[in-house]
Design a protein around this ligand. Structure first.
Ligand SMILES: [Zn+2]
Length: 318
């Protein structure tokens, strides 16, 4: 009998799930959409039937539990999602317990970026360390902190909201109520907004800005300026993180990684200028790209039942 867990990644419009065994081998993966417009019961029904199908295929006996990664703030003790723009139907409702009740299985609910950070620690770019920070650069910016091999959650489960740390005191307003949040200055949304302001096009994507940055001439200069500003914002945030944690590894993930060559120089310059800890620990502090892409969240979610459950955690492969 193969011992496995099921990791679920619930996005704004899509639902993905994977069955992963204790050695980190992915046995099965599905992705589909959910009927978010049809309300809570339809969404829960989709989640439960996707998991049930997988369990049927791989056998109920070997299933250790289910981890569910969701965008938004989590109230860990209650198993609630709160403050999620993407999943209004599941807010302030005992999501974890309801899934657990319907399937009769152990369920752990977690913020999606926290799950991704754990996935990178278990099977990705962070497998050689016990402490790391992950920043997921997407339309927003998510963050996850792994300390001593576990997710650093804080009192309620809301630690690691790194997209909302202030990098520009009077910067762009954010939906969270603050101004100058990292995600308002370094996300894909921020990059395209800057590109529009510089007249690089009305419907540019961050990929377009990356392609433009490879060109010579004025358009290329402007696109490179966008990546410089974005890199500086990331550098400010990383300086705070390095000063706070002195961890060996800080990972970036997301669709903007191809533009790494354009934002990395200013990111590292800013980091070195603003963090004494970084300056004197440069050889022991890595700022690197994550490895697992959008599968990190599935790996991390699947690892959760072993980490949080009664059975002993998986030995870490070094
Ligand atoms: Zn914010």
């Amino acid at each position: 009998m193969i011992e496995y867990a099921i990791g679920v990644d619930l996005g704004g419009t899509n639902l993905r799930a994977a069955a992963i065994d204790r050695s980190g081998r992915m046995l099965d993966k599905i992705s589909g959409s959910t009927n978010f417009s049809e309300g809570r019961d339809a969404v829960l029904g989709d989640i439960v039937s996707a998991i049930a199908k997988m369990r049927e295929k791989h056998g109920g006996m070997g299933l250790s539990g289910i981890g569910v990664g969701v965008p938004g703030f989590i109230r860990l003790k209650e198993g609630f999602i709160t403050g999620s723009n993407n999943l209004p139907y599941l807010e302030n409702f005992p999501v974890r317990d309801e899934i657990s009740r319907r399937l009769g299985t152990f369920v752990v609910l977690e913020n999606d970026a926290n799950a991704a950070a754990l996935g990178e620690k278990w099977m990705g770019a962070g497998r050689d360390v016990d402490d790391l920070v992950l920043l997921t650069l997407g339309t927003g910016i998510g963050g996850g902190i792994i300390s001593g091999g576990r997710i650093l959650r804080g009192a309620v489960g809301m630690a690691g909201e790194l997209g909302h740390i202030t990098v520009v005191p009077d910067g762009n307003p954010c939906g969270c109520g603050n101004r100058g949040c990292l995600e308002k200055h370094a996300s894909a949304t921020a990059v395209t907004a800057m590109a529009r302001m510089l007249h690089l096009g009305d419907d540019v994507t961050s990929k377009d800005v990356y392609l433009l940055a490879q060109q010579k001439g004025e358009l290329g200069d402007k696109a490179r300026m966008v990546w410089n500003i974005m890199g500086e914002a990331l550098g400010v945030a990383l300086a705070t993180l390095v000063n706070t944690f002195n961890f060996p590894l800080y990972l970036l993930s997301g669709g903007m990684l191809p533009a790494w060559e354009f934002f990395e120089p200013e990111m590292l310059r800013t980091l070195e200028r603003r963090s004494f800890t970084y300056k004197v620990t440069k050889d022991e502090t890595r700022i690197a790209q994550a490895m697992l892409g959008n599968e990190a969240g599935l790996y991390g979610a699947a690892y959760l039942p072993w980490l949080e459950g009664k059975s002993s955690p998986v030995p870490v492969t070094r």
